[in-house]
Design a protein around this ligand. Structure first.
Ligand SMILES: NC(=O)c1ccc[n+]([C@@H]2O[C@H](COP(=O)([O-])OP(=O)(O)OC[C@H]3O[C@@H](n4cnc5c(N)ncnc54)[C@H](O)[C@@H]3O)[C@@H](O)[C@H]2O)c1
Ligand SMILES: [Zn+2]
Length: 560
């Protein structure tokens, strides 16, 4: 058996891959190649960062994969590859099949200190300790050999690799089971970074994750869960309705992917988001000896999403969770963004945490069995997204609302995909609602939440309350001179056609609404903050709306 004369250097940027490749190649009498150089050559002189910015990361990774597979056929070569290259499965396979892979490891702080621009003056991508750790797990799995470079010069590193290669390179390359071992998906695989079929990538401090929106996607749930979590066991949390209809599809897909799956069904309804049920879910997980490397799958509407996300975030201080939303509201809203909660002491979502899923798998076909009222409810958030962010989507809704309500597959998939992207973008910019932009998602929610609370969460569904809340916000906006009257009218027509309420139901108590307003989590000290529309896609936040205007609008909405 022989050893290929081919070595690939992997590792974070700032670990000196390019320099080490040159020196190692010189010692071996081979050639050194920096894959980023080839990308630049093939992309009209643009740097990797520019290609990513202009064409997206997926396209970039695909170009990189082609280059690495071409290089794989060459001998007497040391390849320095881009930091994210092993995230792509094809690239990973090319490098480990072509020859040996060596990880230039370094502590995060070291790479920070050495960083700035790379040796060719190219800008390096942003990084965070969290991404660093995810990537480190990937490099560790992929590498035949690791050099901790912290205190070594590039020349030292090259010599260490040379000594290892001469001494044990052959044995390392020819050991049985090597390829399978190196291509294993580590449990903290940075899934989102290479998911060509993803509809959106949600970027958060705790990692990036993909959202897949497609018709029939539940049949691929197992693959997605495996890819995103590496888990061998999945604990599916659902409710009786959804598990009864879609459980079999989900569970058999998991099992086909080699994942052991068990399920727990809650009683349908928001009352199930309780401390008591959380206790039961923990008991269930404990009785089945769930471990941190297993996965939780949330299969259901927003109730299940919130509940299962909460359980996943708290059990064993956090287990991976994959959201598989089955209601329109859950697909376009609850499953994206990592807000999880249960209800307590009569207050909705009062106990919870931000906990991001590893992936979101929205099978649009599941909406076929969703009760009509729940479907219409979800449209409330869809219309909201269009109003705050996307004039084109608003027009599409106006033209094709009936086809959407009839769940025409292509259109419905397109509309939900766009909504997931919108919510994903906003959440990525402001994960914890601290930087401001996530606040625009609260359009219609300030009074919407108050209507829900005043009705004891019984008379109105969330999306219905939001629809009425949006009408209130539009009217407030009009009265303070922010919202053009034509926009108020356009919004009214669409909400009405969708079958959503334009005002709270009769009999809602004015004082309870006002009391609920001051309990609203969105209240910021110094005045109620209102998201108002200057135009479609142009939300503004105003803290100077006189309470007399709010009360007057409320009185109009409540008067018969
Ligand atoms: N985390 C967030 O960011 C966020 C955002 C919005 C709403 N929420 C939460 O979402 C919940 C409301 O979500 P929801 O409206 O989806 O309620 P839900 O989960 O209670 O679902 C509504 C009903 O539809 C049924 N159902 C769901 N999918 C079905 C399907 N495909 N076929 C047949 N029946 C189906 C459910 O069993 C239930 O009876 C609330 O708890 C709310 O607090 C959370
Ligand atoms: Zn909402």
């Amino acid at each position: 058996m022989s050893t290929p004369e081919h070595i690939t250097l992997i590792g974070f940027s700032g670990t000196g891959k390019t320099e080490v490749a040159k020196r190692l190649a010189a010692l071996l009498g081979w050639e050194a190649i920096d894959s980023d150089d080839l990308i630049e050559q093939r992309s009209g002189g643009r740097t990797p960062a520019e290609v990513i910015a202009e064409e997206g990361e997926f396209r970039f990774r695909a170009i990189e994969a082609v280059i690495l597979s071409e290089l794989a056929s060459r001998q007497r070569l040391v390849v320095a590859c881009g930091g994210g290259a092993p995230v792509n499965e094809t690239s990973r396979r090319s490098m480990v099949e072509a020859g040996l892979a060596v990880w230039l490891d370094a502590h995060f702080e070291e790479t920070e200190a050495r960083d700035g621009n790379d040796s060719k003056g190219r800008e390096r991508p942003l990084r965070s300790p969290r991404i660093f750790d995810q990537r480190a797990a990937l490099y560790r799995t992929t590498a035949d050999y690791t050099v901790l470079t912290d205190t070594l010069t590039p020349e030292d590193v090259a010599k260490v690799i040379l000594a290892w290669y001469r001494l044990v390179g052959e044995g390392a390359y020819n050991r049985p089971g090597r390829i399978e071992q190196l291509l294993r998906v580590p449990s903290v695989m940075p899934a989102a970074l290479d998911t060509p079929h993803a509809t959106a990538i949600i970027r958060t401090a705790s990692g990036d994750y993909p959202a897949y929106v497609d018709w029939g996607g539940l049949e691929r749930l197992g693959e997605y869960v495996k890819r995103a979590t590496g888990a061998r066991r999945a604990f599916v949390i659902s409710d009786d309705n959804v598990l009864g209809i879609w459980g079999e599809t989900a569970l058999s897909s998991l099992r086909e992917a080699g994942i052991d799956a068990a399920s727990l069904a809650l009683e349908p309804g928001d009352g199930s988001k309780s401390i008591e049920n959380a206790g039961r879910a923990y008991d269930w997980l404990a009785s089945l000896r769930a471990e941190r490397r297993d996965a939780i799958v949330a299969l259901g509407g927003g109730m299940v999403d919130d509940f299962a996300g909460f359980i996943a975030g708290t059990y064993m201080r956090g287990m991976p969770v994959v959201q598989a939303p089955t209601s329109l509201l859950a697909m376009v809203d609850a499953s994206i963004g990592g807000k999880t909660a249960i209800n307590h002491v009569g207050v909705k979502n009062i106990v919870g945490l931000f906990y991001q899923p590893r992936a979101v798998v929205a099978d649009v076909a599941t909406l076929k069995t969703l009760p009509r009222r729940a479907l219409v409810e979800g449209l409330g958030e869809v219309i909201k997204h269009a109003l705050i962010r996307d004039p084109e989507l608003l027009e599409l809704l106006e033209v094709r609302l009936d086809d959407l309500l009839a769940l025409e597959p292509e259109l419905t998939t397109q509309v939900i995909a766009r909504n997931v992207q919108i919510k994903g973008e906003v959440v990525s910019e402001d994960e914890r609602e601290t930087g401001g932009v996530r606040e625009i998602l609260n359009y219609g929610h300030t009074l919407g939440h108050a209507f829900e609370a005043a009705g004891g969460y019984e008379s109105l569904l969330h999306g219905e309350a939001v629809a009425a809340g949006m009408m209130a916000a539009a009217e407030i906006g009009r009265r303070v001179g922010v919202t053009p009257p034509e926009l108020v009218e356009r919004q009214r027509k669409l909400i009405e056609r969708a079958g959503l309420p334009l005002r709270p139901p009769p009999g809602l108590d004015r004082e309870r609404i006002l009391a609920a307003l001051s309990l609203d989590k969105k209240v910021v000290a110094g005045g109620q903050r209102w998201v108002l529309l200057e135009g479609v896609g142009r939300p503004v936040v105003r803290a100077d709306v006189p309470s007399s205007v709010v009360e007057a609008v409320l009185d109009d909405l409540l008067s018969p």
